[in-house]
Design a protein around this ligand. Structure first.
Ligand SMILES: NC(=O)c1ccc[n+]([C@@H]2O[C@H](COP(=O)([O-])OP(=O)(O)OC[C@H]3O[C@@H](n4cnc5c(N)ncnc54)[C@H](OP(=O)(O)O)[C@@H]3O)[C@@H](O)[C@H]2O)c1
Length: 291
């Protein structure tokens, strides 16, 4: 299994995005299906699972996804090598009102709630989900640093961050202190390529979110909208989705795509991307369709 560095951890080059187990355009139909999906990911060699406190069917079931992941791991034998990353900083309130809160008090409560939902004493990777623009970025990172120093979280990541915000986080945490940046990146959303490259320069893992274009139809139609993925997949006898993930893996040894799945077959197929190095000619054909 090809592995990559994620802060202090070594994880599978492709992780599982757990969001579709609980919410999104296409969601696991039953809890059994959700758990079977996590188990299929583990069977296929996944050792990084990405969740968040807000991944839940409704505002009053926050933590749902973390609990599904915890239940699936608990029912699988030895999973001590599996790294779980969660996120906090986005709020969901009554009537499905969404917001951001980067205050120390809120983040401390969020970390405690995630510890309970994940049934852990320490969170492997805690990611700041989205900036709270009422707050000074570096001061929020200091809150995460304090939580790390207190032993609540092992590694710190940020999400939906630009280059300047990445630099602020590096300044607060020190070179090597920021484990990961999780930004949207896919064939249809390539504008975070600057951040992807910036992370490579600093040895920070870059986790493309919605790496296939998003749950539901977008991910299913990626080969129709971007035919090079379909054509190369046909020539290789693999799915267009595998080719998309192989292309992303080829953008840098620090890139760890986290494709979502609501059913086992999707993540089982996606994991084969780690065994699909693309030729220079195939990469050129993929890049050419974007111009
Ligand atoms: N940080 C953030 O702000 C943020 C925002 C959004 C998402 N995320 C993270 O990113 C993860 C992935 O994003 P996403 O789930 O929105 O989008 P995605 O990974 O681009 O697409 C997920 C969809 O792709 C399908 N799929 C996966 N592998 C496939 C394959 N090999 N063949 C065919 N279909 C396949 C799945 O189908 P099935 O449903 O049929 O299994 C699922 O519906 C999330 O789970 C979450 O962890 C983070």
């Amino acid at each position: 299994m090809q592995t990559r560095k994620l802060g202090p951890f070594t994880v599978s080059a492709v992780g599982l995005g757990a969001m579709p187990l609980s919410m999104g355009d296409k969601v696991s139909e039953t809890r059994e299906q959700a758990i079977a999906t996590v188990h299929a990911a583990l069977d296929a060699g996944v050792t990084y699972i990405d969740t968040a406190d807000i991944y839940a069917p409704s505002w009053d079931t926050m933590g749902h996804n973390e609990k599904v992941v915890a239940e699936a791991l608990a029912g699988y034998g030895d999973t001590s090598h599996v790294v779980v990353g969660t996120k906090g900083g986005i709020t969901r309130g009554e009537g499905e009102t969404w917001g951001r809160d980067g205050s120390p008090a809120y983040l401390r409560r969020a970390v405690e709630a995630s510890l309970r939902a994940l049934d852990r004493d320490v969170i492997d990777l805690y990611q700041w989900h989205r900036p709270d623009h009422w707050r000074v970025y570096g001061e929020v990172i200091e809150t995460f640093k304090a939580l790390q120093d207190e032993g609540k979280i092992r590694a710190i990541g940020i999400s939906n961050a630009d280059v300047e915000e990445i630099d602020v986080a590096i300044e607060v945490l020190g070179e090597g202190g920021l484990a990961s940046v999780q930004n949207e990146f896919s064939p249809r959303f390539r504008s975070s390529r600057d951040e992807l490259e910036h992370c490579g320069t600093h040895g920070i893992a870059f986790l493309p979110w919605s790496p296939l274009g998003g749950s539901g139809q977008r991910s299913k139609e990626v080969g129709r909208v971007y035919p090079a993925f379909h054509d190369i997949g046909s020539e290789r006898g693999v799915s267009a989705q595998q080719v998309v993930l192989a292309w992303e893996l080829g953008l840098g040894a620090h890139v760890i795509p986290i494709p979502g799945a609501s059913q086992p077959a999707s993540i089982t197929d996606s994991m084969h991307a780690v065994d699909l190095p693309l030729t220079d000619d195939e990469v050129a054909r993929i890049e050419a369709q974007f111009t």
